[in-house]
Design a protein around this ligand. Structure first.
Ligand SMILES: [Zn+2]
Length: 665
């Protein structure tokens, strides 16, 4: 179980029954050649696809009508012969052939529809696409038999079950179950509770089915996102696969946010991107090799293994362009693995996740997995080169010098108790917007040095810092998000709020946009109290939406003030990313530096093509050990360093995409 592969490919194969000659061009030699070209050491091969077909002889399912041989068996044999692992994919939530035969087994929404906008699934049977099953139906028995069959008949190195999750359902099986328990379908809590029960029953049955045949085999249930705060759901898997295709809707915010949460769960995890220009199912679409180099480097810098999504052509030949592209990235990963195995991330700051607190954040579609406040906070922390983790309330706050409460964290009950304990042992928070207020939102629940008065009726309004911003000196800076009116109560005012002359309205407007500042001091806007620093706006949400520099520089001022002894400092430019990890058993720290700039091309697609080298990056790292040697890996080129009072300083002569700097102690 401890040899979780670093260089995986997730090979999709969703193939219509209207296509003949399935696997007719499959060749063991070609399959092996391509895996070698791609430096791949694990390939997830397919037993069953979204169309519902099996790609091997079967009693529990039906073989694809265009397939004449055991394609799954042939792929496993070919891969194992060259030492490549083969977890096996089963489309669990989708099976289109069965959807047409048993529509009564499908998940239903309140309006009887099988999907609701903007779901990725077909709106109805008059549109092309797949339909999602409810696992509170006889479909589950049918699925479990397929899992048992493939586990028993094939030498699989794991089972990957796709399109599953906790999903409220209004099918007649679910409605009958709700009525039997004395609840009706109008009781939304009961509907959610049933969804949880149905999912837990499904994962338990899969585990039993697999373990009764091959105890300990890896199992992963994929729902496209690992929900922060749901350790119980995460623990239903043997490891975690973070599906996060930056150009496929997840964006470049999602992976760091997700990885820095799951890294504390004590499980192996991988970052799954794709070779596609856009997303899954894109035949003939490719990203630039530099994008894959960067995305896989980002995975290993965040403690993850790598997986790259591909889709096999119906005729079963592996695409040379794809494996050459993958090979560019995986050749580098192969050289770097030794410095990533067993590495533990080091962080000064914890970002308390809104998703983990079950607080509704903004965002539609896949963007809701990142939210806006959390995405804005992650961007600022990455750009500010702050070493951070993303945590839920079960995490030990005392591991961190600072906990960030982003925009919407109201405080009561267990969280209040936990924070009070944290403050007693010297911990600090950085709170923004509604964060720090009590449940009702009418009083601070922390000693932030201020008293809450009201929600500011002026929006937008202005922040006038009592310090100079790093790049912009001082002015009345526009803050677009909702402000809070507060007054000083024992704290230090670090900046104040100015209201506009009036809100922009029919008879009161000025110029093209919002009204200028009246320049009157309207009370504190940034305060430091015993608990830390409070900003009276939803700054992170504002940053994710507008990306204004004044927001970031204001937050970084606060972070620097609260963290006088930051573990890492560097002059790496804003778009660069840095992490610091420790390989304790090898007595070394590994500092990762990355640099690439995604640019917008097309609508909503961020592309990486150019990677420009950066020269002479200065880094200093505070570590408790006496450092003996500093070198760049994997080339093992030593660099000069200087250690004073625990602070190790060095200059990295050249950074191209990704560079690891190793500090041996
Ligand atoms: Zn149902």
């Amino acid at each position: 179980m401890n040899d979780f592969a670093f260089r995986q490919v997730h090979l999709d194969f969703h193939t219509s029954e209207e296509i003949a000659g399935i696997g007719s061009k499959f060749s063991k030699q070609q399959f092996q050649d391509m895996l070698k070209l791609g430096y791949v050491n694990s390939v997830t091969v397919f037993s069953k696809c979204h169309h519902g077909w099996a790609y091997h002889p079967t009693k529990a399912n039906e073989m694809h009508p265009g397939l004449k041989f055991d394609l799954l068996g042939a792929m496993i044999e070919a891969a194992h012969e060259i030492g490549v692992k083969t977890p096996v994919y089963i489309s669990a939530g989708l099976d289109e052939k069965m959807a047409r035969r048993h529509p009564e087994w499908l998940r239903r929404f309140k309006d009887e529809k099988t999907a609701n906008f903007p779901s990725p699934w077909a709106q109805d049977f008059m549109h092309p696409g797949f339909h999602e099953f409810c696992f509170n139906s006889p479909y589950l028995d049918y699925l479990i038999k397929q899992i048992e069959e493939v586990t028993a008949n094939y030498d699989a190195d794991g089972i990957f079950l796709d399109i599953v999750g906790v999903r409220p359902c209004y099918c007649q099986n679910c409605i009958a179950a709700l009525r039997k328990d004395g609840n009706g379908p109008r009781d939304e809590k009961a509907v959610m509770a049933l969804a949880e029960k149905v999912y837990a029953n499904y994962t338990a049955r899969v585990e039993k089915a697999v373990n009764s045949i091959k105890p300990g085999m890896r199992i992963f249930h994929n729902g496209g996102h690992i929900r922060r705060g749901r350790r119980d759901l995460a623990s239903m898997n043997t490891h975690l696969e973070l599906e996060s295709l930056p150009t496929g809707g997840w964006g470049y915010d999602h992976f760091p946010l997700s990885a820095r949460y799951v890294q504390n769960l004590g499980m192996y995890y991988l970052g799954m991107t794709g070779r596609f220009h856009t997303s899954w199912g894109e035949f003939g679409g490719y990203k630039h090799p530099n994008a894959l180099r960067y995305e896989t480097a980002l995975s290993i810098a965040n403690g993850a293994r790598c997986s790259i999504g591909d889709q096999l052509h119906p005729e079963g030949f592996m695409d040379e362009a794809t494996y050459s592209l993958i090979g560019t990235a995986y050749k580098e990963v192969a050289e770097k693995e030794a410095w990533c195995t067993g590495a533990v991330n080091i962080a000064d700051v914890a970002l308390l996740s809104l998703e983990a607190l079950n607080i509704k954040d903004e965002g539609e579609g896949l963007a809701k997995y990142s939210g806006v406040s959390e995405a804005g906070a992650v961007r600022m922390l990455l750009e500010g080169k702050v070493l951070f983790d993303v945590i839920d309330t079960l995490e030990d706050f005392n591991k961190y010098k600072l906990v960030i409460l982003p925009d919407r964290v109201r405080i009561d009950g267990d969280l209040k108790e936990k924070l009070d304990g944290y403050f007693q042992s010297g911990g600090k928070v950085l709170a923004t917007g509604e964060s720090g207020l009590n449940r009702e939102g009418n009083c601070f629940a922390l000693d932030i040095g201020a008293e809450w008065l009201d929600v500011n009726p002026f929006k937008p309004d202005y922040f006038k810092p009592h310090f100079e911003l790093k790049s912009l000196r001082n002015s009345s800076f526009i803050f677009y998000s909702q402000g809070q009116k507060i007054k000083l109560a024992g704290g230090i005012e670090l900046g104040h709020r100015e209201d506009p002359y009036f809100n922009r309205d029919i008879f009161t407007f000025c110029s093209h946009q919002h009204t200028p500042s009246s320049l009157n001091n309207a009370g504190p806007g940034m305060v430091e109290g015993r608990a830390g620093i409070y900003f009276a706006w939803n700054i992170f949400e504002d940053y994710a939406t507008k990306g204004s520099l004044v927001l970031k520089e204001s937050i970084l001022f606060a972070l620097n003030r609260l963290l006088p002894e930051k573990r890492l400092e560097t002059d790496l430019p804003a778009q660069g990313i840095t992490t610091l990890t420790e390989q304790k058993s090898l007595n070394r720290y590994v500092n990762h530096l990355l640099y690439a700039s995604p640019v917008k091309r097309g609508t909503g697609i961020e592309v990486i093509e150019d990677i420009l080298p950066i020269y002479d990056v200065n880094v200093s790292v505070r570590v408790p050990h006496k450092v003996k040697k500093v070198y760049m890996a994997p080339r093992k080129q030593e660099i000069r360093f200087n250690q004073e009072n625990g602070k190790v300083s060095y200059t990295v002569p050249k950074l191209e995409c990704h560079q690891m700097i190793v500090l041996d102690y």
